[in-house]
Design a protein around this ligand. Structure first.
Ligand SMILES: [Ca+2]
Ligand SMILES: [Ca+2]
Length: 383
């Protein structure tokens, strides 16, 4: 190895060292914990540094680009990140503007390798839980589903609370794009005056992930439990063949901290709502003017036939003597328990009540044989 080569290698090593050194001092606005991504955990750090101050950052921008931090502030987060990293806009104080102009604006953006957050998911029955409570058990396309979110219970409260960040996963195929919202609790237990906390709620429709972060702002803890807000999901107009289906909301990753940034385990739960097809209400008149559909089913009148999708029909009952139009009762309160009967018209009805309400004058127990339009359950009853 000659002298020139040695020098070149030396200067290369030196340059790499400098790069490395300057990289360690580089701030990406919004990535307060400097782990490579802007997300809710950065909001927790922001809450811890809120109102702190130090040297402003020369030539600061909130754009997503690396900026040198030339002068450190006096305090450091655990993990040795300087408080100056919480000053996203570089004006020398950590304020609300740093949340909106950097964390919110640069949310989910990444630089370099992302270091995973140290979430602390707990155990049911041992740790304070995040509880999800849906207002409804089932919903139809287009409907809004409200799910109440609580943290802690009287038995397992959230003690020494300064902030919490957690993700919730939902099956995005059941949820309308831009159809997820959050409403924070008013005068919540973690901030009774409503003046000492902030929250950030973000949704990624493509991945079906929502993230909620709530933080206090004065670096003092509270003990408590209860309602923290409501997440609302608008059910998408999913194709009928996907229904019934289950819309699930599951708490995925949680980080809850005190004012010293100790983390506390939180138990996770989920909520599910059955998505079912909307019941189409039939507005046909109950006029007795029977028609016989091409499917062999007698309908009370042509309106009922067409409502059932049968456009090919003839006037009168399908089987004279077998169907009595006077006996047809579109508003009969039949259940749909499967106790099939075979009508005199050769059509299987789901049970006696349905057969009778369709005007069938006689029938035998059990389904008709396979050749006789077995699958045709009555459609002429509005239920
Ligand atoms: Ca981060
Ligand atoms: Ca600032």
């Amino acid at each position: 190895m000659n002298k020139t080569t040695t020098l070149r290698i030396l200067s290369l090593v030196l340059a790499m060292g400098l790069l490395q050194h300057s990289h360690a001092q580089m701030l990406w606005p919004g990535d307060i914990n400097n782990n490579g991504i802007v997300n809710g955990v950065d909001v927790l750090f922001w809450g811890i540094a809120y109102n702190n101050g130090g040297a402003p950052r020369p030539n600061a921008t909130t754009n997503w680009e690396a900026q040198p931090v030339t002068q450190m502030w006096s305090e450091y987060f655990p993990g040795n990140v300087n408080y100056a990293f919480a000053d996203g806009d570089g004006n020398g104080t950590v304020s609300m503007a740093d949340l909106s102009s950097t964390i919110q604006a640069n949310y989910n953006l990444t630089h370099g390798l992302v270091t995973p957050e140290n979430y602390h998911n707990g155990q049911t029955g041992l740790d304070a839980p995040i509880l999800l409570e849906s207002a409804v058990a089932s919903a139809t396309p287009g409907m809004r589903v409200d799910i109440k979110i609580s943290l802690g219970t009287d038995v397992l409260p959230a003690n020494l609370f300064h902030g919490i960040s957690f993700t919730m996963r939902f099956n995005e195929e059941f949820v309308k794009t831009n159809g997820v919202f959050f409403q924070a609790a008013q005068d919540a237990w973690y901030d009774p005056d409503g003046t000492n906390s902030a929250h950030l709620f973000k949704v990624n429709d493509n991945t079906g992930l929502a993230e909620l972060t709530i933080t206090r702002l004065n670096q003092s803890n509270v003990n408590g439990y209860g309602y923290i807000g409501t997440i609302s999901l608008i059910v998408d107009d999913v194709p009928a063949n996907m229904l019934p289906g289950l819309l699930k909301l599951q708490v995925e990753n949680v980080k809850m901290i005190d004012a010293n940034m100790n983390t506390y385990a939180v138990a996770r739960t989920e909520a599910s709502v059955e998505v079912v097809q909307a019941v189409t209400t039939n507005t046909c008149p109950d006029v007795i003017a029977p028609v016989c559909g091409a499917n062999g089913v007698t309908y009370l009148n042509s309106c009922y036939a067409e409502a059932a999708g049968v456009t090919d029909y003839t006037e009168g009952v399908c089987f004279g003597g077998c169907i009595d139009p006077e006996q047809m009762n579109p508003t009969a309160n039949c259940n749909y328990n499967y106790q099939p009967v075979c009508g005199c018209n050769g059509i299987t009805y789901v049970n006696e009540c349905v057969a009778s309400a369709n005007g069938v004058t006689s029938y035998t127990q059990g389904p008709c044989n396979a050749n006789n339009n077995c699958a045709s359950l009555s459609v002429s009853i509005a239920n």
